[in-house]
Design a protein around this ligand. Structure first.
Ligand code: F6R
Length: 364
């Protein structure tokens, strides 16, 4: 039931503080300030390589997780789209962990990749929203997201719940590998516990973003830029906009823009910049200057500090709460979802059932 919401997608966007909290509850012990994973019957500290495989939005969650695994656990991560992974004859050494991320647990390419990894001696971990799904049944380590049923074809709450589980997994892995101290683990638990409140704060900008959608709706093309763990969010923002508003959009790593896509920039191409303040911010500001010098119109999504520094001269800004860089991808998911949602509403498209798309892709 949609309740007071116009669309399932809108309802699911607004459910995120609740379902992310629900998901975190089963992966964190707030009192002990520890990460708590389900019983694992293999030695996780012996794992020296992680292979992540998924499709679409779930793949973007995997891209964020790659940053976390490498940063925290210092373990090399290979990641690929399931449809590519299957056919490229990947090198799988014994002792590897293969991690599959899927809302439905039934995506044909991801499931086939899982079976390929299993046959090649990998330990199989699965982050999945449907606990009775094929992937859930075939996992050695089942890591459920507790997002509840996701009806809107465009994935929203499943994505942020995936990120919550993956952050906890990366921290647990780091502790087991001796790469993370008790103090660092406690700090991460603390930051993750703050996520639901930060999601609420991000959602409080809904009306502003709805107004902003009128600036995006007339565009033929939109560019999304992000760096580091927020680069996958640029990809996710572009995917959301494409699939429900049918506006062509591309996500790029901010620093990659001058290697090609900058040729597209003019006053008709809105550029959405996802940039929390922090060590990477200055670099992104210079990328914004490059856009501005070519007449590009910028929507800057940042925190108060970032907006004070670089908000002037932007077509629009959206203020996010100041969050730890670790959890920024979870929080910055909200404005990109809302911007896509409201743009689609302005265009009058069928938000919950976009053309040509199916909720679960069970053909290869
Ligand atoms: C985008 C979207 C798709 C799915 C993809 C994978 O909004 O929903 O890109 O993320 O089809 O689906 P799952 O996660 O069920 O494997």
């Amino acid at each position: 039931e949609k309740g007071n919401y116009r669309h399932f997608m809108q309802k699911e966007i607004f459910e995120q503080p609740t379902v992310v909290a629900q998901t975190l509850r089963s992966y964190l012990r707030p009192v002990e300030q520890q990460v708590a994973l389900p019983q694992i019957d293999f030695d996780i500290s012996a794992i020296d390589r992680v292979t992540i495989v998924a499709c679409g939005t779930s793949y973007y969650a995997g891209l964020v997780a790659k940053y976390w695994f490498e940063r925290f656990a210092r373990v090399p991560v290979d990641i690929d789209y399931a449809s590519e992974f299957r056919y490229r004859d990947p090198v799988l050494q014994p002792g590897g962990l293969a991690l599959f991320i899927s809302q439905s647990g039934e995506t044909a390419d991801t499931l086939a990749a899982l079976r390929h990894c299993k046959a090649n001696g990998q330990t199989i971990a699965v982050v999945v929203n449907v606990p009775t799904s094929s992937m859930a049944r075939e996992a050695d380590l089942l890591l459920p997201t507790h997002a509840g049923p996701e009806i809107g074809v465009a994935s929203t709450k499943a994505f942020t719940c995936q990120l919550a589980v993956l952050a906890a997994l990366a921290a647990h892995f780091a502790v087991k590998k001796g790469q993370m101290s008790r103090e660092e683990e406690a700090a991460i638990v603390h930051h993750l516990m703050e996520v639901p409140a930060s999601l609420n704060e991000a959602l409080s900008h809904d009306a502003e973003i709805a107004a902003m959608a009128h600036l995006i709706a007339p565009a033929r093309d939109v560019l999304y830029l992000g760096r580091g763990p927020d680069y996958p969010l640029a990809l996710e923002g572009a995917l959301k906009l494409k699939e429900i508003s049918y506006i062509h959009a591309e996500g790029y790593a901010s620093g990659e823009m001058k290697h090609g896509p900058i040729a597209l920039i003019d006053e008709a191409v809105p550029v959405i910049v996802l940039a929390p303040s922090g060590p990477l911010f200055e670099k992104t500001v210079s990328n914004m200057e490059e856009v501005r010098a070519r007449g590009g119109k910028i929507v800057l999504i940042s925190d108060a500090e970032g907006l004070a520094e670089a908000g002037e001269g932007c077509m629009a800004t959206i203020e996010m709460p100041k969050v730890h860089p670790l959890i920024a991808p979870l929080v910055y998911a909200v404005p990109v979802q809302l911007l896509a949602y409201h743009t689609a509403c302005v265009k009058g498209t069928d938000v919950d059932q976009p053309r040509n798309l199916a909720k679960s892709v069970t053909v290869e």
